[in-house]
Design a protein around this ligand. Structure first.
Ligand code: NAG
Ligand code: NAG
Ligand code: NAG
Length: 344
């Protein structure tokens, strides 16, 4: 009897939690999967877990159940994305702060801003990257290396037969991340925006695959070279997407023939490509604390006195002025005294 009551209580708590997500949430609610530890889990390893993961739509739950072994990589991909977002935005007013309740980034993604565009792109890329990495490491049954790139190359090396299987990672990211957008719940223009940016994120990996090689032969001679196609590391993906963020195009939805498309608001601008980020709504200024728009404000942030860019005191502090602290930092360094007479 007591047990039944307790589990009813738990059930009700769960419902209340889920409703919070649904009320404030947005297409990237699934990012909460980055922190499965918060659910007391070390791994997503049984189908019931899929139901307990916060922020998934039904379709994502069923992808989860059918692909249990891939889900830890999805979780890792989400934390890669969040971490890299914080890296790339460390000096901006909005710095990718995560919040403890509700959607990972608070309400900042509710409107179709540049920030939302970036988060979509980097998250879709994070999943593709992480899943591909797991394929190459042999951690998954469903996929392995891309062995279609094989044999002798025209450039005088042998393909190793273990290239990164980016096609699998990209397809999985499409299936899982884009699943949210198919439902009629998201307004059409936002749906088009999200799908476009998800794809642009994955393309930042696909279009920047490179060839890595290893030499074989006596004492480091390179008599034989084997090479494979490798993904750029995720920091580079973050940098490329940050550039796309800086150059993002403001778009609106238009019916062209029988299809609805996103076209630049300003027709004199160069049209965006599939690799570019697009947004629908200008961003708030993020100067003041206002959780209603997902802004933490910039009070108390450290700014750069000599910079004229967004990390400079004028812009970061929104013209409110700033205090200067002088700190003396004593550091041990590996200095060497050279005869005679200088220190390096
Ligand atoms: C979304 O945009 C509208 C119109 O610009 C604004 O009133 C609203 O506060 C914004 N909401 C969020 C969560 O940023
Ligand atoms: C982002 O800025 C807030 C204040 O606006 C600060 O509390 C937080 O530590 C910063 N987060 C990161 C990841 O830099
Ligand atoms: C501050 O800005 C200047 C000029 O942009 C730059 O050279 C310097 O590295 C920045 N300092 C820090 C601590 O970021």
């Amino acid at each position: 009897m007591t047990m039944a009551t307790t589990s009813t209580a738990h059930f009700l708590t769960l419902i209340v939690l889920l409703q919070t997500y649904i009320m404030y949430g947005d297409a990237n609610r699934w990012l909460a999967i980055f922190n499965i530890n918060a659910l007391g889990l070390a791994s997503i390893d049984n189908p019931d877990t899929c139901e307990r993961l916060p922020g998934l739509v039904n379709k994502q739950v069923s992808v989860c159940k059918r692909n249990l072994e891939v889900m830890d990589s999805v979780s890792l991909g989400a934390s890669l994305a969040i971490h890299e977002c914080q890296n790339q935005f460390a000096n901006r007013r909005w710095n990718c702060t995560t919040v403890l309740t509700g959607p990972v980034f608070g309400r900042v993604l509710e409107n179709g801003t540049r920030e939302a565009a970036f988060v979509h792109a980097i998250s879709a890329a994070g999943v593709a990257h992480s899943v591909t990495r797991s394929c190459s490491s042999g951690d998954l049954q469903k996929c392995g290396c891309d062995r279609t790139v094989a044999g002798a190359s025209n450039d005088g090396f042998m393909w190793s037969g273990c290239s990164d299987n980016i096609a699998f990672g990209v397809l999985f990211s499409k299936t899982f991340v884009d699943a949210r957008e198919k439902k009629g719940k998201v307004p059409l223009n936002r749906q088009l925006m999200n799908l476009h940016n998800n794809e642009a994120g994955r393309r930042a990996i696909e279009t920047n695959m490179r060839i890595e090689c290893k030499c074989h032969g006596v004492s480091g001679s390179c008599e034989m070279k084997t090479c494979w196609k490798a993904m750029p590391n995720f920091k580079e993906v973050g940098m490329m997407l940050k550039e796309k963020f800086d150059g993002a195009t403001e778009v609106q939805q238009r019916r062209i023939g029988s299809r609805r498309q996103l076209v630049p608001v300003n027709p004199t601008f160069k049209p965006h490509t599939v690799n570019d980020l697009v947004y629908l709504t200008p961003s708030p200024d993020f100067c003041e604390y206002d959780l209603g728009v997902g802004s933490m404000g910039t009070h108390g942030r450290e700014c750069n006195r000599t910079s004229k860019a967004i990390d400079g005191c004028e812009l970061l502090c929104c013209g409110r002025g700033h205090n200067t602290h002088v700190e003396t930092v004593v550091e041990r360094c590996s200095c060497k005294f050279h005869w005679c007479c200088y220190v390096k």
